[in-house]
Design a protein around this ligand. Structure first.
Ligand SMILES: Nc1ncnc2c1ncn2[C@@H]1O[C@H](COP(=O)(O)OP(=O)(O)O)[C@@H](O)[C@H]1O
Ligand SMILES: [Mg+2]
Length: 309
């Protein structure tokens, strides 16, 4: 423990300034950090993140959504607004992270990512630290930090996943999506992540066979990797999801009774049921794990990984 703390302090002193150092002093209590991620792209991460955030908000939770699909961010597009500032401005040190926060529907708050910015997709760890420096300002202001990550197993994506308390691994019943979900789960275990993984099966037409496929995946993870992945729930294939995307409004508010909304509501209930409020830690723990991940990546001397964190 002491060694890890020393490493972190050293890393912070080398890589960042006063502000990040203060993160350790101002530890945030009570925030649950949950990444929403996937192996394959286009499986429904952003829709799940946004609508689940709203479902949690409707259950009296204070939620901040971080759009961390760096370079391809689209939460703001799903809501039909152009943010004044994005993470790109934070990285460029134009504005503090707090100034990028946008009020969203049902009281959620959103930290917009930048879209179409190649440099954002290839951030260095020191640049991501600027984003983290802003995190401390949100101390005590939220119950959930939800992170909509990019797809795949790049160091950039894994950093966010490994730093979170929970990660929802989104897949659909297609073999390619299932295989990529397994690849992601494997990559997380190989990075010895302590993040708790939960599977969400999206776009379900036949519940029984989707359940079987999900269980096959969680059983395989348990058997081969020796770590459990909880099957959190399913979201139905629902034409109203695409309709809502086209109208640039969340389906949660546009079609509150549609199947997808009911499923997302059930997932929110299950999360509140299964994930106890965090003990002391929250943001502080998130920052510690994130910086530790970077140290490990840098120690491993994997320059390709290092460059894309
Ligand atoms: N439950 C669903 N039912 C029907 N279509 C869906 C569902 N979830 C997602 N989609 C479709 O998939 C598209 C991609 O979803 P999105 O959330 O942007 O994926 P990702 O963030 O993983 O790339 C949506 O625009 C929508 O058309
Ligand atoms: Mg997305």
């Amino acid at each position: 423990m002491a060694k890890q703390a020393d490493l972190l302090r050293q890393w912070i002193e080398e890589k960042t300034g006063e502000a990040t150092r203060d993160v350790l002093k101002n530890r945030i209590e009570g925030s649950r950090v949950m990444a929403v991620t996937s192996g394959k792209g286009g499986v429904g991460k952003s829709n799940l993140t946004l609508n689940l955030a709203m479902a949690l908000a409707d259950r009296q939770q204070r939620v901040v959504v971080l759009d961390a699909d760096l370079g391809l961010a689209n939460i703001n597009i799903m809501l039909g607004y152009e943010p004044q500032y994005t993470l790109w401005d934070v990285v460029q040190e134009k504005v503090p992270l707090r100034h990028t926060i946008q009020p969203g529907p049902h009281g959620i708050r959103i930290i917009p990512g930048g879209s179409g910015i190649a440099q954002l997709a290839a951030l260095q760890s020191v640049e991501i630290s600027r984003i983290i420096e802003g995190f401390q300002e949100l101390e005590g202001e939220c119950d959930w930090l939800m992170i909509d990550t990019g797809a795949g197993i790049s160091a950039n994506v894994l950093s966010f996943v490994l730093a979170a308390d929970e990660a929802l691994v989104v897949t659909n019943p297609e073999p390619t999506a299932l295989a990529d979900a397994y690849g992601l789960i494997k990559a997380v275990w190989e990075s010895s992540g302590s993040v708790s993984l939960k599977l969400v099966m999206n776009r379900v037409v036949q519940k029984e066979s989707a359940l079987q496929m999900g269980e096959r995946l969680t059983t395989l993870s348990q058997r081969v990797l020796g770590r459990p992945v909880e099957f959190l729930g399913m979201v139905s294939e629902d034409g109203n999801v695409a309709r809502a995307v086209l109208r640039q409004e969340p389906f949660w508010s546009l079609y509150p009774r549609t199947a997808a909304s009911q499923d997302v509501g059930a997932i929110a209930d299950r999360l509140l049921d299964r994930i106890p409020p965090p003990k002391r830690g929250g943001w502080g723990a998130f920052v510690r794990r994130l910086t530790h991940t970077w140290s490990a990546l840098e120690d491993s001397g994997d320059s390709q990984k290092k460059g894309s964190v």
